[in-house]
Ligand binder design. Structure first.
Ligand code: NAD
Length: 424
């Protein structure tokens, strides 16, 4: 799947390059990563045995600034996957107007099979193995799938010991007590809601009609899905359905994300969190399956869980008018033409979920200054930065008469090409 992700991104880069009449040299440069580091990681297992893992760090392109991107721990990590994801990070940072190139790291491991001590050892071993290639002005890793602030704290500690000095700006996604930024946890969801609001403002202007309380269905109720739901609810949207890996719930009049989260923590899933009756009478609602959530007649569909959730099998059944790609690659490339034909607007992941990397950038700036901002200041700056990114993509899509995805690629490539031509 992800191997195809690289091919799809490369094809769109080529197509956009032609449309923008970029020099072939610039396009070729963006197609290949600058460097892919491959490392062997050896740790001591619980019974004293030797355990060996393979890790990668892809540094895609540093024209706009140091490489930036997460590190994932997953059994399906491949060299191609980290290259694809680092390519998309270069484009995401460029769309968001950040002074970064793209990077991505990964270790082939199922972290659920490791003890806490083994996980710490592996995290430290990975940081040490890539230490000569990273740094505050070189490559700034962050958490990604199955990695978190605690893992980043171990990695930063190992890196600083290797370096012989403090360097909090070398990693982002740190715990707040160790120099992390306030507002980072909810940043991706918050950014997505800002983008959705900006889009609906444009559409209501263009269509001359307004829906008072647009309805939303969200697939995924983890970090991104929950905060998207919470902030959308607070902003006056009606969240009518949410799904996690074990099921989904639909509440016609709209649900309370906080109540649903409390229920999920208690029951282990959102399914069945709302029902009719005296025992569990929060509000009328019903359990549905995750697949039918995607096909609900809502205004906005938010895939915030899986890659390729919307594909050629279900694209024809989608009834939403707008899809906000909050997960990475939730709409399969072959599904785009089907959605386009149905007049469904898709906001691409490299714009929609860029709130996370934007606040990671703010964390880096704060860490470099040694001066930390309030949550309100972080949120204000996030809103400004992502709104500007949306405006650039929207205007480009109007000018070039393209989808928002093609426009986002065009904005990113034009920015990279402009800096590149001023350098060479
Ligand atoms: P998470 O692990 O916190 O949450 C994932 C959610 O998806 C969980 O609620 C899980 O139950 C649900 N899920 C899994 N399989 C499902 C299925 N088959 N049907 C319905 N729900 C299912 O992860 P997250 O941090 O929220 O990230 C979600 C997506 O957003 C990923 O694609 C990630 O790469 C992307 N993303 C995350 C961030 C960030 O800041 N966390 C930033 C950019 C992109």
């Amino acid at each position: 799947m992800t191997d195809k992700m690289l091919e799809t991104a490369q094809n769109l880069i080529r197509k956009t390059g032609e449309k923008l009449k970029l020099s072939e040299k610039v396009v070729e440069e963006i197609l290949q990563p600058d460097r892919v580091i491959e490392v062997k990681l050896t740790i001591k297992g619980q019974k004293g045995e030797k355990k060996v893992y393979q890790g990668f760090r892809s540094q895609h392109n540093s024209i706009l600034g140091p490489y930036k991107g997460g590190i994932r721990f997953h059994s399906s990590v491949t060299r191609e996957e980290v290259i694809a994801l680092s390519t998309l990070m270069s484009l995401k940072c460029a769309v968001a107007g950040l002074p970064y190139g793209g990077g991505k790291g990964g270790v082939i491991v199922d972290p659920k099979t490791l003890s806490e001590t083994e996980l710490e050892e592996l995290s430290r071993a990975y940081a040490l193995a890539i230490a000569p290639f990273i740094g505050a002005w070189r490559d700034i890793p962050a958490p990604d799938v199955n990695t978190n602030p605690k893992i980043i704290a171990w990695m930063l500690d190992a890196y600083e010991k290797w370096l012989g000095e403090k360097s909090p700006a070398a990693f982002t996604g740190k715990p707040v007590g160790l120099g992390g930024s306030l507002g980072r946890t909810e940043a991706t969801g918050r950014g997505g809601v800002v983008v959705l609001s900006a889009l609906l403002t444009k559409l209501s202007r263009q269509l001359r009609s307004k829906t008072n309380k647009p309805t939303i269905a969200i697939q995924g109720f983890g970090n991104v899905g929950y905060y998207f739901a919470k902030i959308a609810h607070e902003s006056g949207f009606e969240v009518v359905a949410v799904a996690d890996s074990k099921g989904a719930v639909y509440v016609e009049g709209g649900l309370s994300p906080e109540t649903t989260l409390n229920c999920k923590q208690e029951k282990g899933t959102v399914a069945g969190c709302y029902c009719k009756g005296s025992v569990c009478d929060i509000k009328f609602g019903k359990a549905i399956d995750s697949e039918s959530l995607l096909e609900l007649p809502v205004d906005v569909l938010v895939p915030a869980a899986l890659e390729n959730a919307i594909n050629t099998e279900n694209a024809n059944k989608i009834k939403a008018k707008v899809i906000i790609e909050m997960a990475n690659g939730p709409v399969a490339s072959a599904a785009y033409p089907i959605l386009d034909k149905k007049g469904i607007i898709v906001v691409p992941d490299i714009l929609a979920n860029s709130g996370g990397v934007i606040v990671s950038y703010f964390e880096w700036v704060q860490s470099l200054q040694g001066y930390w901002w309030s949550k309100e200041e972080v949120n204000r700056k996030l809103e400004k930065q992502i709104s500007q990114a949306f405006d650039a993509v929207w205007q480009t899509s109007q000018k070039l008469k393209t989808s928002l995805k093609e426009a986002a690629f065009a904005v990113a490539l034009a920015r990279i090409a402009q800096k590149s031509s001023s350098l060479f």
